[in-house]
Design a protein around this ligand. Structure first.
Ligand code: 13P
Ligand code: SF4
Length: 301
């Protein structure tokens, strides 16, 4: 394993490659990355990258966003089949139909979506920037796609705007029930529950903190409380378990895993560095249209 890691680290230098990894990636993949972050941080790092090559260890929409934001670079998604089931729930035609029904509304598109959907939206957002993005818009009516749970959470923070939702969701976060939240709290009544806004409203109502993966990590590191229940994918729990051995960190449900995020292996990363994988390619005109929405998101910050 160490031999493989060392090979990746030296090839990374040799090939001028930037390796970015999401917090849900396997820890061995996170360990060889130059940066580990949430979707927003990874998009910004990709946009500013000066290296020739970006290897994005995550799921397809993340690698596509990196390519769209920095099209001159060669961008790889190491596990070709790593997708996001939520992104596959909506088509551009769905957005166009919503626009027809609500012509005054702005379309806010969660980055967990295809480039085609981004191209027909007004602005993108991530879980850490969604509220800021919606507040920055002049329109009072907001079509929020595709995540109905994140949309409902944002709508609650901004009651002065009117929201139209699409029926999309993350199958992993949406599978958490109120009983899961209550059972985890019952097992450890002193613990703080930190939850991702892709969860259902009934789960969020029991949370002590709601935020993106980066927000959850930051909160867990900062709090003086020792007992913490992680209400997002296993990767975040694994990072904290390793980093904070003096705290009592648990996961809300033992099977809380995004299988797509776990598809990336060190061998896949090596294959990118050795040129044995095909880089991301997309239609130039599609990338230009999708870039507007992504750049607006980054500009709002
Ligand atoms: P973050 O932007 O919070 O990292 O979330 C990405 C994601 O896919 C959550 O399921
Ligand atoms: Fe998509 Fe959910 Fe996996 Fe995030 S956790 S990548 S939203 S399926």
């Amino acid at each position: 394993m160490n031999e493989l890691k060392n090979k990746i680290l030296s090839l990374k230098e040799e090939r001028s490659a930037l390796v970015l990894a999401h917090y849900y990636q396997n820890l061995d993949v996170q360990d060889i990355a130059d940066h580990v972050g949430d979707s927003f941080a990874l998009a910004k790092l990709a946009q500013k990258a000066s290296q020739d090559t970006i290897i994005l260890c995550g799921v397809r929409f993340m690698a596509e966003s990196a390519k769209i934001l920095n099209p001159a670079k060669t961008v790889y998604l190491p596990a070709d089949e790593a997708g996001c089931p939520m992104a596959d729930m909506i088509t551009p035609e769905d957005v166009i139909e919503l626009r027809r029904q609500y012509p005054e509304a702005a379309v806010v598109c969660y980055v967990n979506s295809s480039a085609d959907v981004k191209a027909v939206s007004d602005i993108c957002c991530t879980s850490s920037s969604a509220e800021k993005v919606v507040r920055a818009l002049d329109q009072k009516q907001i079509i929020f796609v595709p995540d109905k749970n994140l949309g409902a959470y944002v709508a609650k923070q901004i009651p002065e705007k009117q929201f139209i939702f699409f029926e999309g969701f993350c199958p992993i976060h949406n599978s958490l029930t109120e009983s899961d939240a209550l059972a985890a709290k019952e097992q450890n009544p002193n613990a703080l529950l930190l939850v991702h806004p892709e969860c259902r409203g009934q789960v969020l109502s029991h949370a002590d903190y709601i935020g993106s993966t980066a927000g959850i990590l930051e909160y867990a590191r900062r709090t003086e409380k020792k007992d913490i229940i992680i209400g997002t994918e296993m990767g975040v729990y694994e990072i904290l378990k390793r980093e904070l051995p003096d705290k009592n960190i648990s996961i809300i449900r033992e099977d809380f895993i995004c299988t797509d995020m776990k598809k990336t292996s060190l061998e896949d990363v090596l294959a990118c560095l050795e040129g044995r994988t095909e880089p991301i390619t997309m239609d130039t005109e599609l990338m230009d249209r999708a870039r507007r929405s992504l750049e607006r998101m980054v500009d709002v910050g």
